[in-house]
Design a binder for this molecule. Structure first.
Ligand code: G6P
Length: 603
């Protein structure tokens, strides 16, 4: 989805802005643009399509300034086109602005501005903002304070979500930033500041960041930064040092981020397991929870399905997993006796944030799990825990997923300890098994060549079925999602016992069926289901940590045996690799699959 980059300092800003936009390409977008302040004019360049189109344009048509703003747009209001691309200007060409988010009352604002003789040249919701700023600016003194006041007044009129950067030709040293429900970070350098909607865009320049809050406005020059609320009351803000290394958001020799991130899983899990999980809740409070909800979207929801099994077993509290976009609109039965856990890699998924706000309104205690420091989800929640997977750039989530499952298991341990619902010994030995995971994943990665060979055999398949029971069904859902997302092969995940109730009609000679077999007590039952499809001509591919009885499956991949609740962390790895190698065979854009965005910040 949309991305923002900005720079103010002593260097030429164009290469920095273009590089920042390239670092954000993974988020998915359809056009890009830049505005640079040069003396007393604002130079704007835009291009439809990839950032490289903008770069080519800018090689012919240079912008030399040291202060600028840039944007990648993912169309919401109005088709992908040069006219709709950001930055947008006001009618007098005094202001240029980039915007992430959606202005929900843009139609009213547009009507109001048209009555004041403003004209609109794009179909976007965004174009109302620079014109509204201009409208208020005409009523102010033409000072920096007047500029700030105009932006603040405009922000107060906006409904919806926004992160904006604004340039004004009257103030060639200044950028104004503001946000509500859409992230913005400012990175500090020597006599320079870098701005971005996402930290990875600027991580190679600095590791010292200010995180903007909702309803906050910032006046930025190369050697000063001031924070205000929308009433222009000034406040101080802490500079936060990020422990992420500079290469965390580069490919570092890999052809694709996805493979790099799959291989980073041992490290991501190790880092996540290093932090102690202490819930800031008393035993009495924890005992009062009659139910737990885990709410998330996509892969994060699948992590929730695994977490549910572990939490229910250790804590004996009924636990429900829901898709955030459903939860938020169905008036769920959630109250002060409910603990709600929200999972989001980015911490910016609109539906997950809205679901969290709803749960809070209903009096539930809320926990956020996110991979992004200072993300919106974390800010909204009563308590939060981070996964320490490092920036995940590929759209298809891998290391964030396995880290989320680990973190949920740690939360289960912490709750169970307080509740005394599981013996200390059992929890201790579970912890030990958690700590074995990094090296067990390494051993799976060592065998990736056999997965690559399998992918070479199967990459032309049109459909695939994933079957499993119990906790393996959760892995089936995630494995099937990975395959769809990046290889565009249709696939379905089914609880193996449900197959006879419909989907078996789809099985014909040579249909590819994958079985996941880690549930020891359900092994025979799942094998019987696999035999049933084999009898109808299906080819069977199996991932297991069990010793299987004699069989004639077409392919068996063994993963190390671990605790039942941790097996999904190991058994998903071959499927991440499988999807990756299939997409590679098909020569697809693995890190940026069609139609998908890394972080879905709109409904
Ligand atoms: C998008 C991504 C998925 C991701 C989901 C939730 O759909 O393409 O990979 O699982 O959003 O993202 P979140 O950042 O909330 O975990």
């Amino acid at each position: 989805m949309c991305g923002i980059v900005g720079y103010v300092g002593e260097k030429k800003c164009t290469p920095i802005l273009l590089n920042g936009l390239k670092n954000l390409e993974y988020r998915g977008y359809d056009s890009a643009g830049i505005a640079v302040l040069e003396k007393n004019s604002i130079q704007i360049r835009k291009a439809k399509g990839r950032v490289k189109n903008l770069e080519e344009l800018m090689q012919k048509d240079l912008c030399e300034g040291t202060i600028g703003i840039a944007h990648t747009r993912w169309a919401t209001h109005g088709k992908p086109s040069k006219e709709n691309a950001h930055p947008h200007e006001d009618n007098s060409h005094s202001f240029a602005l980039v915007h992430n988010g959606i202005i929900e009352n843009y139609k009213q604002l547009r009507r109001f501005l048209k009555e004041q003789d403003y004209t609109f040249y794009s179909e976007t919701d965004t174009e109302v903002i620079p014109n509204l700023i201009h409208y208020y600016y005409t009523k102010q003194e033409k000072t920096k304070k007047g500029f700030l006041q105009a932006v603040a007044l405009a922000c107060k009129k906006l409904e919806g979500s926004f992160a904006i950067l604004v340039l004004c030709k009257d103030f060639p040293k200044t950028i104004i930033l503001a946000r509500r429900n859409s992230p913005l970070v400012v990175g500090k350098g020597e006599n320079e500041y870098y701005i971005a909607s996402d930290m990875p865009a600027i991580l190679e320049y600095t590791r010292d960041f200010y995180f903007l809050e909702d309803n906050e406005i910032t006046l930025l020059e190369k050697d000063s930064i001031d924070f205000f609320d929308f009433d222009l009351d000034k406040h101080k803000k802490e500079l936060v040092h990020s422990g992420l290394n500079r290469h965390a958001s580069s490919k570092n020799g890999y052809q694709d981020f996805m493979l790099k991130e799959i291989e980073e899983q041992p490290q991501a899990i190790f880092e996540t397991l290093q932090k102690e999980i202490e819930l800031p809740l008393s035993r009495k409070e924890i005992s009062s929870f009659s139910q737990i909800y885990i709410v998330a979207c996509g892969t994060a929801m699948h992590a929730g399905l695994v977490g549910k099994t572990c939490i229910e077993s250790f804590c004996k509290i009924p636990t429900f997993v829901e898709i955030a976009s459903e939860f938020r609109y169905r008036n769920p039965l959630v109250d002060s006796d409910t603990l709600c856990i929200f999972i989001s890699q980015s911490g910016e998924t609109a539906d997950t944030i809205a679901a969290l706000k709803l749960a809070k309104q209903k009096g539930a205690k809320t926990i956020a799990i996110s991979n992004v420091m200072g993300s919106s989800l974390v800010r909204e929640a009563d308590m939060y825990f981070y996964t320490y997977a490092g920036p995940e750039i590929a759209v298809a989530s891998t290391k964030a997923y396995t880290s989320q499952v680990c973190l949920l298991c740690m939360i289960a341990i912490s709750l169970a300890k307080q509740l005394k619902t599981t013996s200390k010994n059992e929890l201790e030995s579970f912890k030990k098994e958690l700590l074995q995971l990094p090296q067990e994943i390494e051993s799976i990665l060592d065998n990736k060549d056999s997965i690559q060979l399998l992918a070479k055999q199967l990459y032309l398949e049109k459909d695939m079925f994933f079957l499993g029971r119990g906790i393996d069904y959760a892995t089936c859902l995630e494995a099937s999602l990975k395959l769809k997302e990046i290889s565009y092969i249709h696939s379905e995940a089914y609880p193996a016992g449900e197959l006879k109730h419909g989907p078996i009609a789809l099985i014909e000679s040579n249909t590819a069926v994958v079985g996941i077999l880690t549930e020891e007590t359900l092994l025979d039952k799942t094998i019987s289901n696999l035999q049933e499809v084999m009898a109808r001509g299906a080819k069977i591919f199996v991932v297991t940590n069990q010793v299987l009885p004699e069989n004639n499956f077409d392919f068996i991949f063994s993963v190390p045996k671990t605790n039942r609740f941790l097996s999904p962390i190991l058994s998903i790895v071959p499927f991440q690799l499988f999807s990756y190698y299939i997409a590679k065979e098909k020569d697809l854009d693995i890190d940026k699959p069609r139609n998908l965005a890394k972080s879905v910040t709109v409904e």
